[in-house]
Write a protein that binds this ligand. Sequence first.
Ligand SMILES: [Fe+2]
Ligand SMILES: [Fe+2]
Length: 331
Amino acid sequence: MPASPKQRIELCEEAFKGIKGVEVSDWEIRQRGKSYSYLTMQRLKSKYPDYQILFLMGTDMLSSFDRWKNPLEILKVATPLLCVRGGEGASKNASANEFKLKFGVEIKTLSYEGNRLSSTDVKIEKLFLSDVSNLVGSGVNRLIDRYSLYNYGEISQFAVKSLSYERIEHTKHVIRLAIRYAKLFNCNLEKTVLASFLHDIAKYLKEDDYPQFVPPKGVPHQVMHQYLGAFVAENVLGVKDRQVLNAIKYHTSARPKMSLLSKIIFTADMLEESRTYEGVEEIRRLSFTDFDKAFVLSMKRSLDYVYERGCKVYPLTLKAYNYYKGDKYGF
Ligand SMILES: [Fe+2]
Ligand SMILES: [Fe+2]
C-alpha cells in the first residue's frame, strides 16, 4: 500500500512532467541505508559549487527542523526557503523570526502562498478511493490507482460501500486529527490510521446481518456500533491487531485502562474539526499540550450530553470517567 522508492520517483516525474528546468533526482534512493537531507545538500553543493542551493520547506518542516539529522550541516551549504500554505500566512514572519533566533540564520520566504494541501490529505482521500486529480493532477492520480497505493483494497471498498457521505467526511477528520496526535505522542502511525479509518465502520450495519455477533448486555443503541464495528473488523475484514480492534471497540464508550491508541481514537472522534458543541475549540486546543486532560474532558462532555438528553448513562463510560478523572483535574 505505501509507495516504493521507485514508485515515488515515478510519481515525482509525472508531477513535474513538462515543467522546464526541473529534474527529479534518484540520488537519494540509490544511496544505501538511510538518506539524510544534509548529505543530499552536501552532494548538490559539490556538484554545483557556483550555485546558491535553496532548501524549500513548509512551516511544519520548519518547526521540526532542529530534530533533523545534522541541521546545521544543511544550513552551511544551503539557504532555507519557506513556502507557506493557504491560511498560514499570518504565522510566516513569526516562524521566520523564531528560526533566526534558534539557528542564527536568515530564512527567505516565498511571496507565493501554496494550496492548503499535504501528502497526508491526499493519502486520506485515497483511503476512500477518491479521485485526487484536482489535488495532484490526473497523471499522478492514474499512477496511484495503477499501483493501488494508499488504500486498503477490499477493506477500503467495504468502507466506501458501508458509510454515508457525511460519515466519510467525519472519518477523514478523525483520521487527520488522530495522525496529529500519533505524531505528537509517538503512537504507531499504521495502527492509528487503520483504527481511525474503521472506527465507525458499523454505524449503518445491522446486527441481524451478523448472526454470530453477540453484543454485551444492556448496550444503548448509540454505543452498539463500536462492538459491531470491532466484530466486523475482525471477522469480516480480517483485522488481527488487538490494539486496533480495542480502539474500535471502545471508541464511543471509553473504558478504564485504555491504550494510547484507544485514547487517541476516542479523543479524535470527540474533537475532530467539524464538531461544534460548546467548548470544543478550547478542549481541542488543550489536546495538543495536555492530551490526558483533554481526553478526560472529552469523556465528561460525552457524559454531560447523555445527561442533558435525559438518556440512561452507559455504566462503562461512567466507570472509565471515574477511573481517569482522579483528583488531578478537580472535576
Ligand atoms: Fe462512532
Ligand atoms: Fe466517529
